[in-house]
Design a binder for this molecule. Structure first.
Ligand SMILES: NC(=O)c1ccc[n+]([C@@H]2O[C@H](COP(=O)([O-])OP(=O)(O)OC[C@H]3O[C@@H](n4cnc5c(N)ncnc54)[C@H](OP(=O)(O)O)[C@@H]3O)[C@@H](O)[C@H]2O)c1
Length: 345
C-alpha cells in the first residue's frame, strides 16, 4: 500500500490505475485532472506553472483533463490548448472534456444559461478552436437551461457527434430523470456532479441510475475544494477566491465542519495516507464507474493524488468514512445562492 507521498519526484510514483469511459476508446487514468483553478475561482494562478503541471500530468500517465469554456472565459481552454499543441503526437492518448452552457461576463460570478442549438454550435466551434483540436472527446452541458427542451438540446449534440466534432455527450448537475430522458434520445457518456465525502447527494439516486444505465459518473470537487485536505487556510483567502462565499466555510458552520476535518485528519494519519488520498481512494473504492477529477496547480499535490489510485481501502474503512461524514454532520449548503442556478435536484 502506498503511503503518504509529498515528494515531487516521479520516482515515488506508483503506477496509475485506469478506468474506462463509455463511447471513448482510450482508457483513462482513474483520476482526472481538473483544470479550473488554473484560470479562476481559487485565487491567482500562474500560466507557466500550470503548463509545467500539465506536462507533468501527461508524463506520469494522467490523461483525462477537465475544463469548460466558462473557466476564465476561454482562458482555461486556451491554456490546455497550448499543452495539447506541445503534446500533439500523443493526442490520441489524451481525453479532453469541456463544457458549454454557462454564460458569464468578465469578472462576474452571476450567470445565465443557454442550451439553444445556435449557442451550442457557436460554443463548440469556439472550444475546438481554443483547444486546437478537431474533436472534443467529451462535451458536457454544464447546466440545463429549461427554456430549451431536452430533445432540442440533445438533437443539437447528436448532430455534433455525427459531424465528428465531439465523441461523447455529458451532462453536469442533472437529475436522474433528466439523465434517463436524455439517455433515451442519445447515449450519454458521463454525468458530472459534485461528489465527495461531504457532498453525498448523488448517492441516493444519481449514482445508482448511472450504474444502471451504464453511464460513467465524474465526481467534481472530490477534495471539497481543498477543505477536506485539511490544508486550506480559510482565514487567508484572497478576494478572488470563490471559496470565501461558500456557506460551509462561514461562522458556526465552519466550526462544525472543522471538527469533522480534525477527526478525518487523525484517521488519515493513523492509516498512513494524506487526507486528499483518502478522499480519492474512498470514491474509487466505492464505485467502479466513477472517476474523480481533482484540481491542482501544484506538482507535489498532483503526485500525491495520483498515488491514491493504488490505495485499496477495506469495506470497513469505507464505511467508517461514510459514517464520519454522515450528511447530517456536515453544516451548510455546498453553494451560495447564485451558484444554484441550473442545478437540478
Ligand atoms: N461541473 C461543474 O459544475 C464543476 C464545478 C466545479 C469544478 N468542476 C471541475 O472539477 C475540478 C475539480 O474540482 P475543484 O478544483 O473545484 O475542487 P477539488 O479538486 O476538490 O479541490 C481543488 C483544491 O484542492 C487543492 N488540492 C489539490 N490536491 C491537494 C492535496 N493533495 N493536498 C492539499 N490540497 C490539494 C488545490 O490546490 P492548488 O490548486 O493550490 O493545487 C485546490 O485548491 C475542477 O478543476 C473543474 O474542472 C466542475
Amino acid at each position: 500500500m502506498p503511503n503518504n507521498i509529498d515528494s515531487n519526484t516521479v520516482n515515488n510514483l506508483t503506477p496509475i490505475a485506469q478506468r474506462t469511459l463509455n463511447q471513448i476508446n482510450t482508457p483513462i487514468s482513474a483520476i482526472g485532472l481538473g483544470c479550473m483553478g488554473m484560470s479562476e475561482f481559487y485565487g491567482d494562478s500562474d500560466d507557466a506553472q500550470s503548463l509545467a503541471l500539465l506536462d507533468k500530468a501527461i508524463e506520469i500517465g494522467i490523461n483525462f483533463f477537465d475544463t469548460a469554456d466558462t473557466y476564465g472565459l476561454g482562458h482555461n481552454e486556451t491554456l490546455l490548448g497550448q499543452c495539447l499543441a506541445k503534446h500533439h503526437t500523443q493526442r490520441d492518448k489524451l481525453v479532453i472534456a469541456t463544457k458549454f452552457g454557462i454564460v458569464r461576463e468578465q469578472g462576474k460570478y452571476e450567470r445565465r444559461l443557454d442550451n439553444s442549438p445556435a449557442y451550442i454550435e457557436t460554443a463548440c466551434n469556439a472550444s475546438l478552436k481554443r483547444l486546437g483540436v478537431e474533436c472534443i472527446d467529451l462535451y458536457y452541458c454544464h447546466r440545463r437551461d429549461h427554456d430549451t427542451p431536452l430533445e432540442v438540446m440533445m438533437d443539437a449534440l447528436a448532430k455534433l457527434v455525427k459531424q465528428g466534432k465531439i465523441k461523447g455527450i455529458g451532462l453536469s448537475e442533472v437529475s436522474s430523470d433528466t439523465l434517463r430522458q436524455a439517455h433515451a434520445i442519445h447515449p450519454i457518456t458521463a454525468v458530472q456532479s459534485e461528489y465527495s465525502l461531504w457532498s453525498r447527494t448523488p448517492e441516493s439516486d444519481l449514482l445508482p441510475t448511472c450504474r444502471e444505465l451504464g453511464v460513467n459518473f465524474v465526481a467534481y470537487s472530490p477534495l471539497g475544494r481543498a477543505f477536506l485536505t485539511g490544508k486550506l487556510d480559510t482565514n487567508d483567502l484572497p478576494d478572488n477566491d470563490f471559496r470565501q462565499h461558500l456557506p460551509r466555510l462561514q461562522g458556526e458552520q465552519l466550526n462544525q465542519n472543522q471538527q469533522l476535518i480534525a477527526k478525518f485528519s487523525q484517521l488519515a494519519s493513523q492509516w498512513g495516507y494524506s487526507n486528499a488520498q483518502l478522499c480519492l481512494a474512498w470514491i474509487l473504492g466505492k464505485y467502479p464507474h466513477v472517476i474523480p477529477i481533482a484540481g491542482t496547480r501544484q506538482q507535489k499535490y498532483l503526485l500525491e493524488n495520483a498515488n491514491a489510485t493504488a490505495i485499496e481501502l477495506t469495506p470497513t474503512q469505507i464505511s467508517q468514512l461514510d459514517d464520519l461524514f454522515n450528511p447530517e454532520k456536515v453544516a451548510g449548503q455546498r453553494y451560495p445562492d447564485a451558484g444554484w442556478v441550473g442545478i437540478e435536484k
